[in-house]
Design a protein around this ligand. Structure first.
Ligand SMILES: Nc1ncnc2c1ncn2[C@@H]1O[C@H](COP(=O)(O)OP(=O)(O)OP(=O)(O)O)[C@@H](O)[C@H]1O
Length: 221
């Protein structure tokens, strides 16, 4: 289960974020919506343990992030959380498969060719495994970013604007792919976006509508 409680964060004293509490169980998914600059990526980074809250807690399957040293948190993230970043974070000098092997290595996992082939096949990019990341088309890079997030069987998948630069056809394909993959691995899926098209695909939504500490936000469903 993913659970947040009284999450506060500030980049500076003038802009304070207070995020609503929510819980998500395995196989559940949630869309976090809100206008540009409202704090969606900030919340996603708190859920990934990439940012530490000023106060409040994030718990994933009983592990409270605040109880982990930064090294332990990095390993925990590598093993349990898959992140689809807004801009794919590949090492451009490496091939797609080398990037995926590296992700397995960094999570202290054994090199697993079967898993790699399975993920690439499911995402329809198996023929590109020997290609360098920058040679892939935008849509292929998007799917490769999902492969990178899924390779280590995460229990939580976090996706930052995975469809914002895609046309309608690829937008549905990518969202269905994320939902399918989450379902297949009993993972939780959190997608943040300002892409209103996703409202038709995801039913559990959390709308961020303000970020001062005196205006707690509400969870909608
Ligand atoms: N590293 C940072 N240092 C200072 N301010 C930051 C930093 N990152 C983000 N901000 C500010 O915090 C606010 C929220 O940013 P965030 O990226 O979380 O918003 P967002 O809702 O994801 O926006 P978008 O939809 O445009 O990506 C913005 O005003 C942004 O300028």
């Amino acid at each position: 289960m993913l659970k947040t409680k009284s999450l506060h964060f500030a980049y500076n004293p003038h802009q304070k974020f207070h995020f609503p509490d929510f819980e998500l169980r395995h196989k559940e998914n949630m869309l976090i919506l809100g206008e540009s600059g409202i704090g969606k990526t900030t919340l996603l980074h708190l859920l990934a343990g990439l940012l530490a809250p000023a106060s409040g807690t994030v718990q994933l399957d009983g592990t409270d992030f605040s109880g982990l040293s930064s090294g332990k948190l990095d390993r925990f993230r590598g093993n349990h959380i898959g992140i689809v970043f807004q801009r794919p974070r590949f090492i451009q000098a490496l091939t797609l498969e080398e990037n995926l092997y590296l992700a397995q290595y960094l999570a202290n996992k054994k090199r697993d060719d079967n898993r790699l082939s399975e993920v690439l096949k499911r995402l329809g990019i198996a023929r590109h495994r020997k290609a360098r990341a920058h040679r892939l088309s935008q849509g292929e890079q998007q799917r490769a970013a999902i492969a990178l997030a899924l390779i280590n069987h995460p229990s939580l998948i976090l996706a930052d604007e995975p469809t914002s630069s895609l046309d309608d056809k690829n937008c549905s394909a990518v969202s269905e792919l994320l939902l399918e993959q989450a379902e297949a691995t009993a993972a939780m899926l959190v997608v943040i976006t300002h892409d209103q098209r996703l409202k038709e695909i995801f039913h559990n939504t959390l709308e961020l509508s303000g970020y001062n500490t005196h205006a707690p936000l509400q969870q909608a469903s």
